[in-house]
Write a protein that binds this ligand. Sequence first.
Ligand SMILES: Cc1ncc(COP(=O)(O)O)c(C=O)c1O
Length: 304
Amino acid sequence: MLPLSPIQLLESELYTKKKLQVWVKRDELIHPLISGNKWRKLQYNLEAFKQLGKKHLLSFGGAFSNHLLALAAAAQKHQIKATIIIRGDGYDDHNPTLRLAREMGLNLVFIDRANYKKREDPAFQQQLMDQYQADFLLPEGGTNAWALKGCRTLVDEITFQLSAEPDFICVAAGTGGTSAGILEQTKQTKVLVFPALKGDFMEKAIRNISKTKLPTFQCFNQYHFGGYAKFKPELIQFINQFHQAHNILLDPVYTGKMFFGLEDLIQQDYFPEGSSIVAIHTGGLQGNLGFNYRFGNLIPSPEL
Ligand SMILES: Cc1ncc(COP(=O)(O)O)c(C=O)c1O
């Protein structure tokens, strides 16, 4: 068991003026590579892997993905044999995510985009499992029932740390697994979801992931900045300003968009005076290195 990740009250004139308490649950500090929701999702999966006596884990991920590097680090730490099927053109030594993952011993297998689209097809999954002699499948983004169990612990930690459930929890969404886990565990809190992808499918996706009837929640589908991993100068400016103001790094794919959306909702008086809001820092900072590699040094990045 690791110590709890810190929960930090943010100071800002805006929040004081609006009479809001804005906290950040700093899951990005859990581990430099197995950070944020990746750690929450992997924790019980790795436990299950060991308890079930499995030998070889197979998963899917994008070439710059947080899941890929978190899996590499976790597999190395726990001495687990793991293969990841990657959407992309092949190995690129300048891509820091791939380079670090390879250094840590993760087996990288590249497939083309058309085949990668079949990643949720059970027959295709079985074919890959047979081909690589794997016996434990972890879906893309690490989202499955064990992952949700790990994400549920977030709510318990927050409630313990604040001695009460907050009025609101804000979380970024990709597959929706983290949000689903949080929603399974909240009682009073209203959960606000900020999808990193374009479209209005996220609410349904989150409800489909969970096996239970989830409470009402709200998805804000207007903060994707053009779509997954897309960005605009306002987002870059926001990430830099946030870093200067709070000394907290954000990533441009998930947490940057979520905090931008939160700030915008605060400006628009979405939250009643006196509300307590917890924004989950779901990590993803390794991605800043890859982002700066592709687009120039636009944002601050961690030292890995
Ligand atoms: C840093 C970060 N935040 C949030 C998310 C979204 O999590 P989920 O896929 O569970 O919705 C991800 C990705 O999967 C992520 O890497």
